[in-house]
Ligand binder design. Structure first.
Ligand SMILES: [Zn+2]
Length: 666
């Protein structure tokens, strides 16, 4: 589209040291026949689903990105016990869960996730898994009264009704706003094989126990009950709760978990305990190095752990407050490294905080010898980049076979056989970044996968660049978004995690494209504004449930700009960016640079003009110009004879799909 390039009047020069907006005139008269997509005014505001609009009307959300004054969340307290038969692979659990209805609504039924029913023969799934038979509920008691299994959806009758990975508890009455109810449950399931199960399982030596207890579904102010089935691909949406968990395993098997170990004297050997105590107390220089808590020669009952009683079993007890899940790992094969890390003042008491990082792995996984160091840097970096890590420890355990890693509050399961150190560092950092998104900033990972995966992927690149000085950013960021967008196989970011037909499309949409978009947003807003908005979003939504609109609105609020066009373009559409220099003509002492906007994604066109003496000047065709529907514009540069190069976005802030047409030299 080079028609009528210079039919309009000219132009004001853009010769300046810092970015400024030159006067850009339409190149040719713009008319409705132009093939450039023009955003209708209604699309220039943030996409607001009905549930979000209702939440704003009811005062639980706002259009500034702050939680509303009437914001509420449900709460639960879990007291759980479980034991694992390491020979038969059977997990047996029981517990009492108190559910607090803090919503303004009277509830006639409650929803509980039975994630292990993913492994039932007749489950709805979107990936292959080993069949274990799913979970067996052996007792469901409500306020001391036994509940039977019912088939009816009639909520006037008490009972529980299982629907795939969800169990509905019919109360037979209403649970009033402000009231609580006690649910007693007992259950068992066969732990699936790690070799083909996503995110958890066992291989005989290592038991990663996640999604192992009945967990209340989230009931929130935007969607009510969120009871999407667990189908194996899309992840989770979890409410905040307190946990008190007792885990019974054979002596000699180490246990690590979400939460703090409440009874170290009963389960750890005096040697291991002494090493941990000295590390916690900061004896020796802080951050001086890695301490071996249990070495390969020290494994086993009476050496790594206490010896156990007559039955050779030990019960490990962990407690955690205000976390969205509880996961644990046990193995008799692990060695255990630990380190102390300074994170600044996490609890606001004016003093520095020093959580421990732990790495547990089988000693033949030699790459893992560096993992405690990787985890320590990850916590250190992320505490500086986002805000100080608030939990008492971060524990990284080896063994996952499907997928690179999976995150849980205070712990992560990671593959034992990484490609190389950059890959192992990268997956460690990525999973630890999930402590902030979505463990602390508790978004819905199923319906808004990008809201934690995109945020974590953005942090991966930033942390790796710091840990491996000199590593090219481009090798970390990857080009999968650009490739998919060029090939036309891209699907939009705002899509339910189970609704991508191909894993590759999901990866691009949930990880890579939002990472690219956040990078572009930083370029657009500048480092200082971007970081202020980024941290403010995390702070506002700590231990809460942000919707995408809460993130968008916070960035609008903090930057003082209406970025609706940006959110629409990069999160709701598959529009692509291609800005090109299509012509440079001399007019007296000026160069007239014609820039064409060939894609459908509007972004500012940032020009860098290099002079023969090596100095550079920056100019910008603002996004508002393209949003009016123009497809090309002319920028005038003074002192034509001294220009050695003109280039669009040489800093590569924006994901332009064709960089071959972005520069000009005389
Ligand atoms: Zn992730």
């Amino acid at each position: 589209m080079t028609r009528a390039l210079l039919a309009c009047g000219l132009l004001v020069a853009g010769a300046c040291a810092s970015p400024r907006t030159p006067d850009i005139y339409p190149a040719g008269s713009f008319d409705a026949a132009d093939d450039r997509l023009v955003l209708h005014d209604r699309y220039k505001s943030i996409v607001e689903p009905p549930g979000f609009r209702r939440a704003v009307e009811q005062g639980t959300r706002t259009r500034t990105g702050r939680p509303g004054s009437a914001y509420w969340q449900q709460y639960a307290r879990y007291q759980l016990s479980a034991s694992i038969d390491t020979a038969s692979k059977l997990l047996t659990g029981s517990g009492r869960i108190r559910y607090h209805n803090r919503s303004p609504d009277a509830l006639r039924r409650l929803a509980v996730h039975l994630y292990q029913n993913l492994y039932a023969p007749d489950a709805q799934r979107n990936r292959p898994v080993p069949i274990t038979g799913g979970v067996t509920l052996t007792r469901v008691t409500l306020q001391g009264t036994n509940l039977g299994s019912i088939a009816s959806t009639d909520t006037t009758k008490a009972g529980f009704r299982t629907d795939g990975t969800i169990a509905w508890i019919h109360l037979g009455r209403s649970l009033a706003s402000g009231d609580s109810v006690d649910l007693d449950v007992a259950w068992s399931f066969m732990v699936p094989s790690l070799t083909s199960s996503p995110r958890m399982g066992q291989d005989g030596e290592v038991f990663h126990l996640a999604y192992w207890y009945p967990q209340f579904a989230v009931y929130d102010d935007v969607s009510g009950w969120q009871v999407d089935q667990y189908m194996g691909t899309a992840e989770f949406y979890m409410g905040y709760a307190d946990y008190d968990v007792s885990l019974r395993v054979p002596a000699g098997w180490l246990v690590v978990a979400t939460g703090e170990l409440a009874n170290p004297a009963q389960v750890l050997s005096p040697t291991a305990r002494g090493r941990l105590d000295r590390l916690s107390a900061g004896r020796g220089a802080v951050d001086s190095g890695i301490v071996h808590i249990v070495t390969a020669d020290e494994r086993g009952p009476g050496r790594a752990t206490a010896a156990g009683g007559a039955d050779r079993m030990l019960t490990w007890r962990f407690t955690a407050d205000q976390v969205r899940d509880f996961a644990w790992t046990t193995s008799s094969r692990y060695v255990w490294d630990a380190a102390r890390v300074s994170v600044g003042d996490a609890d606001g008491d004016g003093a520095g905080d020093f959580p421990l990082v732990h790495a547990l792995y089988r000693p033949d996984r030699t790459a893992w010898r560096e993992t405690a160091r990787y985890a320590r840097h990850s916590i250190d970096f992320l505490s500086r980049f986002v805000f100080p890590y608030p939990y008492p420890h971060m524990t990284v355990v080896e063994g996952l076979e499907v997928g690179g890693g999976m995150e849980f509050p205070m712990t992560t399961f990671i593959t034992g056989t990484p490609r190389d150190s950059v890959a192992l560092y990268g997956v460690t950092l990525h999973e630890i970044a999930h402590m902030w998104f979505p463990m602390i900033v508790g978004s819905d990972e199923k319906r808004n996968m990008w809201q934690d995966e995109g945020m974590a992927s953005f942090l991966d690149v930033e942390g790796s660049v710091e840990f491996f000085p000199g590593i090219p950013r481009a090798t970390l960021a990857g080009t999968s978004y650009e490739r998919a967008a060029s090939a036309g196989t891209e699907l939009e970011v705002t899509r339910h995690g189970d609704h991508y037909m191909r894993d590759a499309a999901r990866t691009v949409a949930a990880y890579d494209k939002p990472m690219v978009a956040l990078h572009a947003l930083r370029g657009l807003l500048g480092e200082e504004t971007f970081m202020r908005a980024y941290r403010e979003y995390a702070r506002r939504w700590t231990n809460r449930h942000p919707q995408p609109q809460d993130l968008f609105n916070t960035f609008n609020d903090i930057s003082g700009r209406d970025l609706s066009w940006f959110w629409r373009t990069w999160f709701y559409e598959t529009w692509t960016l291609d800005q090109a220099i299509v012509g440079v003509q001399r007019s007296g002492d000026r160069l007239l640079v014609t820039v064409e906007d060939r894609g459908s994604a509007p972004m500012p066109a940032r020009l860098v003009i290099t002079r023969t003496d090596g100095t550079t000047e920056r100019a910008e065709i603002p996004v508002e110009y393209w949003l009016q529907g123009h497809t090309s514009g002319v920028h005038s540069v003074e002192r034509a004879g001294t220009v050695s190069r003109i280039e669009i976005d040489p800093d590569r802030l924006f994901p332009d799909l064709d960089r071959t047409n972005q520069s000009w030299t005389p």
